[in-house]
Design a protein around this ligand. Structure first.
Ligand code: ADP
Length: 480
């Protein structure tokens, strides 16, 4: 079989770097999917130069052209969702239905921003001085640098690339090292849809070299980053240094509050979905389950029974609920946190151990800790795996206080049949997104996405709100 190589896209040409790294299937480490270019600082410089030289023309391109390219991209993603979703699942480890769902979501995002191209307008307002008109319009920012993580390897790049292009920016895109195949599939579809050369450039390789070279560049006008808190801090510092715009989405330590008056079956499903689906590798995962004492024992029993029914296995197999963790390093991190939890005195009620499947991979049984306190490291630090803790509280007031007692503030959820508590929680939760009787993960694409506190810096992503980051406002005065 021919070796598959993933290359950079620079100025409309696919260019391989001198060195490559194997792309390993986390469900079966004997399956080498391909080899990805490991780029150098000079490749980043070429990509940035290419994006710069294409910027002026693209920012003045017609909205019909931009619409058509984004619409075609969405159409192709939809038509090829089963094939692309399977490759995503093979590379990242989420289950095949989750992979296909993610590709369909990316298609919806491209269709949404295709529409946004046609909806961009400004305001014409009278001046306070007679005889003068004021026009408030929006223009492209210029070259945007997009740095993305591996956990949604098609959807996150889609929700950054689509609005960047829709509003006339050119792009240098650096996907995460672990997912070159997904990134390449998306970028090739955009390229084939007719993007002019240089408008979208992709550079594959490590964060330390490629990512850092992007941060060191003084030719990038805006950075949008999704990833860890530590890297986010570096991106923010670099953006301040070069006076570039910055948008960061980082971790979460999201709480799902479960009150005595909840629908227990619904609460268990919200917890299972939010904490364990996609192997818990979502920044919106419910890693803290805050349960009032009247329902605590019943909830733990029902959740543990439900966990026993979950099937952990190869991401592409029929009937698998939870795929592997993404890499050996991630599995080690999850297992290290499980040891820390036990050392801190939490009770490991279910799972938390490596699991054998039909092929050698990075499988971990979904872990449930009970008898935990919010101060424990397992409840303060993001683990990013199939691990959740139950925190027992006396009442709603304590649940709310514990929910908010976190450095992060991405999502927060509550399961209750009380309008009073649901309304209060929507108001008081220190989170960018609040869910009532829904899992903390799983959002719409036409409304803002983003967190508070250490989860976020800068304006919101997704929906029409993305315009605030990807455009710059101009105020023009004219005397007739
Ligand atoms: P995770 O722990 O989810 O991998 P990271 O923040 O390490 O989160 O990675 C998110 C993205 O940031 C990846 O594309 C990664 O390559 C990139 N990255 C990592 N280190 C740096 C860095 N020093 N400069 C710029 N980008 C980086």
């Amino acid at each position: 079989m021919a070796t598959i190589e993933y290359s950079n896209l620079i100025n409309g040409e696919w260019r391989a770097a001198d060195h490559t790294q194997p792309n390993i299937n986390p469900s079966d480490i004997n399956d080498v999917i391909g080899y990805a270019s490991q780029s150098e600082v000079s490749d980043v410089a070429a990509a940035v130069a290419s994006a710069q030289s294409a910027a002026r023309k693209w920012s003045r391109s017609g909205i019909q052209q931009r619409h058509d390219i984004l619409k075609t991209t969405g159409d192709v993603l939809l038509a090829r969702a089963p094939e692309l979703g399977a490759m995503l699942a093979r590379e990242e480890g989420k289950t095949r239905p989750e992979g296909i769902g993610e590709v369909r979501r990316a298609a919806q995002i491209f269709h949404f921003y295709a529409g946004e191209c046609l909806r961009s307008g400004g305001e014409l307002v009278p001046s306070v001085r007679p005889g003068i008109n004021v026009a408030v319009t929006r223009e492209a920012v210029g070259v945007v640098g997009l740095i993305t993580p591996w956990n949604f390897p098609i959807a996150i790049p889609a929700w950054k690339i689509a609005p960047a292009l829709a509003w006339g920016n050119t792009v240098v895109f650096k996907p995460a090292e672990l997912v070159p195949a997904s990134a390449t599939m998306l970028v090739s579809i955009l390229h084939d849809a007719g993007l002019p050369h240089g408008v979208l450039n992709m550079v594959l390789g490590s964060g330390a070299i490629v990512g850092q070279a992007m941060l060191d560049s003084d030719q990038i006008d805006a950075y949008s980053f999704t990833g860890s808190l530590n890297t986010g801090r570096r991106v923010a510092a670099a953006a301040v240094e070069s006076l570039s715009r910055v948008q960061l989405e980082m971790g979460g330590k999201n709480a799902l509050v479960i009150l005595d008056d909840c629908d227990l079956t619904l609460a268990v499903e919200c917890a299972v979905n939010g904490a364990y689906f996609s192997t818990g590798q979502r920044c919106t995962a419910s890693s803290r389950l805050i349960v009032t004492e009247g329902i605590h024992d019943q909830f733990v029993e029902a959740l543990a029974a439900r966990l026993d029914t979950l099937n952990v296995g190869h991401a592409l197999d029929e009937g698998v609920d939870i795929g592997p963790t993404v890499s050996e390093a991630q599995m080690e991190q999850d297992l290290a946190y499980i040891r820390i939890g036990v050392e801190e005195g939490a009770v490991l009620h279910r799972g938390g151990r490596p699991v054998q499947a039909r092929s050698p991979g990075y499988y971990v049984a979904p872990a449930l800790f009970t008898q935990t306190s919010n101060a424990m490291r397992i409840n303060q630090e993001e683990i990013f795996g199939p691990v959740a803790s139950v925190i027992r509280v006396r009442n709603y007031e304590e649940a709310l206080a514990v929910s908010n007692d976190s450095a992060f503030g991405l999502t927060a959820g509550i399961c209750t049949s009380s309008l009073k508590y649901a309304s209060d929680f929507k108001r008081e939760a220190e989170a960018g997104m609040v869910m009532v009787n829904l899992p903390t993960a799983g959002v719409d694409y036409h409304v803002p996405f983003g967190g508070r506190k250490a989860s976020n810096l800068g304006p919101r992503e997704q929906g029409s709100h993305a315009r605030d980051f990807y455009t710059v406002v101009k105020t023009a005065y004219e005397q007739a």
